[in-house]
Each structure stands twice: as structure tokens, then as C-alpha cells.
Design a protein around this ligand. Structure first.
Ligand code: GMT
Length: 408
């Protein structure tokens, strides 16, 4: 019954103009459920994962969710009640050296909003989703349809691409024109104000986990495939971009292995993978470092680990660290960006300065060399992760939806 207090028939008449529209849409509205369009990158990145899990959780609460993406989001899995997927297809035309994805996306948004009668659009990642949404909003306004747009900033859209002058004016415009803007950490919010000419309030809504929905097979059997019982398991997950400093992980592991019997599992793929493989060859670690590539259910592999490593150069939030903590892995991370907002030094893990591989190795050895200590950090990591459960975070998004609809 969350939305009962702001259902305003006048807004409804303004939004869905004909009486037949009204008849078709009045019942779901009276039941306080919204029709929400979600636009995100459908890939393995954290922003896509968060957007997909948010959509699934909102649909579980009765909202109707329409994903608008260029391929099916990887975390969407099998069919869900009240979840629809609209694919954005850019035609191949010889004139286009650069296919105009943003225009096609904006047109698709217009189409889905009009014909599925969406109440609002929630876009994840500023480029090009926020700017395409603002274009769609302007097109729809010409037809008398008001489309509230909520933009969620995830990190690299601001901290890496945002620094690039070729994007800045459009990102600033799209953020300022959004009806509401959220950022996944205070650090990202501050960076956004620093890097852009923003005159909009940014609300911090941290990323979250759907702890209940995690399913695992036989943990012992899986673990035995990677390590013997007397070995510890270090794990890392990322897209292997330079910002993740994968080589630091390999170097830290080389120091750890001198003192603790262990294996390192690297999950994911990306531009730095071959340099990391080369580093393992140089250091004679080929039998101990396992590159598994991208996997559909990384939680399963995380659940067999002992420690998670995230030595990133910058990290607006660090969703992978939160996922690891939720299955009891203490996190060895840098103290950059939003990481200190999740990882508690000396409680859920330990933090070091960017590039301080000696300190990171010392911290890993400190935790792995004492089982009681490791166990204590493990349960503290689980507890800390529970602060970011979907039950706590989802209502924050619903409140934002409610506020943008109330101003219509
Ligand atoms: O980490 C990446 O490079 C992927 C990127 C993305 O767009 O998914 O991750 C960003 O958003 C995640 C979800 O909000 C955050 O957990 C990551 O910290 C953030 N990455 C960076 O800031 C480098």
C-alpha cells in the first residue's frame, strides 16, 4: 500500500489522455503498483546487476517492470512475473560508421512509455542512458505526456568518462534535467559535484543484495575442484579493466603464497587479463592462479572462498566486495572512493592505500594465518553486508518514485 497517498486522479488524466487509456490503466494504479521502465547495461558490470536485481525485486512487490536494453540482462535469468524485456536493435546501414544507438534507444523509450503506459523511467548509468531518457522525455512532452526520469549514477560514468571533456556538457545536462538523481555512495555524490556543473540534489542510495535469493550447489564438492583441504582460497571478481589493478592482486598473492598454502581464483574477463596471465607465468604461479573467466553465478564461487581482494584504483561502491561479504568473505581492499563506506577496517576486512601491495599482503597473511581470527572477520563481514539488504534499500527507491510522481 505504499503509493496510496499520492494517487491523484488529476495527474492520471493529465498523463493518460483518452478515456480508453484511463480505463485500461486505472485498475493497476488503484492497486498502488507502478509501471516502471528500467534502462541499464545488460552485461556483467555492477550497474547492470543492481538494475536487474532492483527490477526483479520491484516486480516481486507487484510493480510491472519493463527492461529496455540491447540484449537480455545477464542476471535476469528465467522469466519473472510482471517483468518484460524490450530489445533495442540498431539497424546496420552503410552510411553509419557509428551506429546511432542513443537515438534508437530514445525512440524505443518513447514507444515503450507510450504503448505500455509507463509511469516513469529509471535509467542506470549516465552515458548514454540518461541523455537518451531526456531526449525521450522531451519527445513525449510534445505529445502532452509527462515522463518522470530517475537517473542513478554508478561510478565509471562519472569518475572515468565524466572527466572526458567530450562527454561533460551532455552528462551535466542530462543529470540536471532528470527529475531525480541518485548515486550509489557519498563518495560518488561528491565526485559528481566536483566534476560537473550540477544544480540538482543527489540522493545517496547504496547498492544492495538480495540475500534470500542466492542459491548454491554442494559447496564442499565445488571447493575441492579448486583447492585441497589445507589450502586457503583467495578470490577476485571484476571486468579486468586497468582501474581494478589486477596485477597488484597477482603480486600480493605471490607474497602470500610464500607463507600460506593457498590458491587464487580470478573471476571475470577484460583488457588486463593477458597481462595478468603473463605476470603469473613470470612469477611461476600458473598452477596456483585459476582464471575462470565470466561466470553466470559468481556467488557460488564466492561462497567457497576465504578472502576477497579488491585493490582498485577507484571504486564508487564495490558491489563485488559486498557480494563477497554476504557469503562471509572478509575483504582486502584499497581505501579509495566508496569502499570505506562498505568495508570496515579491522571488522569486515582490511584496507590499504592504492598500490601498497606489501600492506595488502601483510593483511591477507594476518587473516589467513589464524583460523579463529578469520572466522571472526567472516561473521563480521556477513553482518556488515546485512546492512545493505534489499529490504532496507528498495523502499528508498520507492520513495524517490513516489516523490517524482507527486510533483506531476
Ligand atoms: O566496476 C566497473 O568497472 C563496472 C561499473 C559498472 O558500470 O557496472 O561499476 C561501477 O558501478 C558499480 C555498481 O554501482 C559499483 O559497484 C562499482 O564500484 C563501479 N565501478 C567503479 O567505480 C570503478
Amino acid at each position: 500500500m505504499i503509493f496510496s497517498s499520492f494517487i491523484d486522479p488529476c495527474r492520471y488524466l493529465k498523463f493518460h489522455r483518452s478515456l480508453s487509456d484511463l480505463r485500461l490503466n486505472f485498475v493497476p494504479e488503484m492497486e498502488n503498483h507502478l509501471k516502471i521502465g528500467i534502462v541499464c547495461y545488460p552485461t556483467y558490470g555492477g550497474s547492470g546487476v543492481v538494475a536487474t536485481e532492483l527490477g526483479k525485486a520491484l516486480s516481486d512487490k507487484g510493480h510491472e517492470i519493463h527492461f529496455i536494453t540491447y540484449s537480455q540482462p545477464v542476471r535476469l535469468g528465467s522469466a519473472h512475473k510482471r517483468v518484460r524485456y524490450h530489445e533495442v536493435n540498431v539497424s546496420d546501414y552503410p552510411l553509419f560508421i557509428y551506429p546511432p544507438y542513443e537515438l534508437v534507444l530514445a525512440s524505443k523509450m518513447v514507444d515503450v512509455v507510450k504503448y505500455e503506459k509507463l509511469d516513469l523511467l529509471h535509467v542506470h548509468y549516465a552515458i548514454p542512458h540518461a541523455s537518451a531518457a531526456i531526449t525521450a522525455k522531451q519527445v513525449l512532452a510534445e505529445e502532452g505526456i509527462h515522463l518522470p526520469v530517475i537517473t542513478t549514477l554508478h561510478g565509471t560514468d562519472i569518475t572515468l568518462l565524466g572527466k572526458d571533456a567530450s562527454f561533460e556538457p551532455v552528462i551535466s545536462f542530462a543529470i540536471n534535467k532528470s527529475d531525480a538523481v541518485t548515486a550509489v555512495s557519498h563518495s560518488l555524490k561528491n565526485d559528481t559535484y566536483k566534476l560537473f556543473g550540477i544544480n540538482k540534489d543527489i540522493e545517496v542510495i547504496p547498492n544492495f543484495l538480495n540475500l534470500e535469493k542466492t542459491e548454491f550447489g554442494n559447496r564442499d564438492e565445488l571447493r575441492a575442484e579448486f583447492a585441497s583441504p589445507d589450502e586457503k582460497l583467495l578470490i577476485h571478481i571484476s571486468n579486468f579493466r586497468p582501474v581494478k589493478r589486477i596485477l597488484d592482486i597477482v603480486e600480493v598473492y605471490a607474497m602470500v603464497k610464500e607463507q600460506v598454502k593457498s590458491k587464487l581464483i580470478l573471476i571475470g574477463d577484460g583488457p588486463e587479463r593477458s597481462r595478468a596471465e603473463q605476470k603469473c607465468r613470470e612469477l611461476g604461479l600458473c598452477d596456483d592462479v585459476i582464471f575462470v573467466g565470466n561466470v553466470k553465478n559468481p556467488m557460488e564461487l564466492l561462497s567457497i572462498g576465504d578472502i576477497f581482494m579488491l585493490p582498485s584504483e577507484s571504486e564508487s561502491f564495490g558491489l563485488a566486495a559486498l557480494e563477497a561479504m554476504s557469503v562471509g568473505l572478509p575483504v582486502i581492499s584499497t581505501n579509495t572512493g566508496g569502499l570505506p563506506e562498505i568495508n570496515r577496517h579491522g571488522v569486515s576486512g582490511m584496507m590499504s592505500n592504492v598500490g601498497d601491495i606489501e600492506d595488502m599482503a601483510k593483511n591477507v597473511i594476518f587473516l589467513l594465518s589464524d583460523d579463529k581470527r578469520l572466522e571472526k572477520f567472516s561473521s563480521q563481514a556477513r553482518l556488515r553486508a546485512a546492512d545493505f539488504s534489499i529490504e532496507k534499500i528498495l523502499p528508498m527507491y520507492e520513495k524517490v518514485y513516489k516523490s517524482v510522481l507527486a510533483t506531476v
